[in-house]
Design a protein around this ligand. Sequence first.
Ligand SMILES: C[S@@+](CC[C@H](N)C(=O)[O-])C[C@H]1O[C@@H](n2cnc3c(N)ncnc32)[C@H](O)[C@@H]1O
Length: 261
Amino acid sequence: MNCPPSGAATPAPVTLVGCGPGAADLLTLRALRAIEAADALVYDNLIGDDVLHFARADAERIYVGKRASRHTLPQEEINALLVRLAREGKRTARLKGGDPFIFGRGGEEMDALRAAGIAVDIIPGVTAAAACAAAAGIPLTHRDEARSLVLTTGHGKPGAQEPDWAALARPGQTIAFYMGVANAGEIARELLAHGMAGSMPVAIIERGATPAQRIHAATLATLTARIAERAIKAPALLLVGEVAARAADTGASDTATSPAA
Ligand SMILES: C[S@@+](CC[C@H](N)C(=O)[O-])C[C@H]1O[C@@H](n2cnc3c(N)ncnc32)[C@H](O)[C@@H]1O
């Protein structure tokens, strides 16, 4: 391995690599090249073996995600790890599910690395909304049904500002809720309270674009019951809007088991 001793004068750059939704064939060519070239790979739950498989046999693989009862490594420790690897002169690929800059904390890692004087490259990836919509045959925008698309999170930072529910409930748009399963009850309640119809279609796409994919068709009124009866777990995306009516329900018949992420 080509690693100068710790404290090398010139830190190696760190690449934040968008790895897409979990299917190796949705990696970009640029992501693939960065994975193949890396001396060290730092990854978490959304990155599967079929993506790690492209790393060099001698590359260091460092897992920073949740394991059974253990929590994810705190963000500050991940930042410090990336800085340390770069200072050791290791070409480091920080592998991110989907796109690094969409609910991926890529911004926090980039800021920490730059503050430490380390160069950062960003490789965009296929984000869950695009991958899940394609897998379920749901056009995220449509001239007759949705002229805008909102990507939002169903799981804010503790103490974070309340979402603008009135803006989210506006007609003529599609809303993609990332990390929305645990808060589906609140999402449905607030959208209904802000004027959205109970009949509004919702597609729940579990492990989209992977072999374990399940697609569940629901409405705002049936959303929480559907999640409970099908034991739907993260990672899953909620697509809310008229366009979601196209989702063909595969969830009941599919026997995929999906461990929580
Ligand atoms: C921390 S966010 C990361 C998002 C990622 N950076 C992206 O651009 O897709 C994790 C959430 O993304 C969504 N997600 C990621 N991969 C998914 C997949 N294959 N199928 C469904 N949802 C997915 C889920 O809502 C999950 O809880």
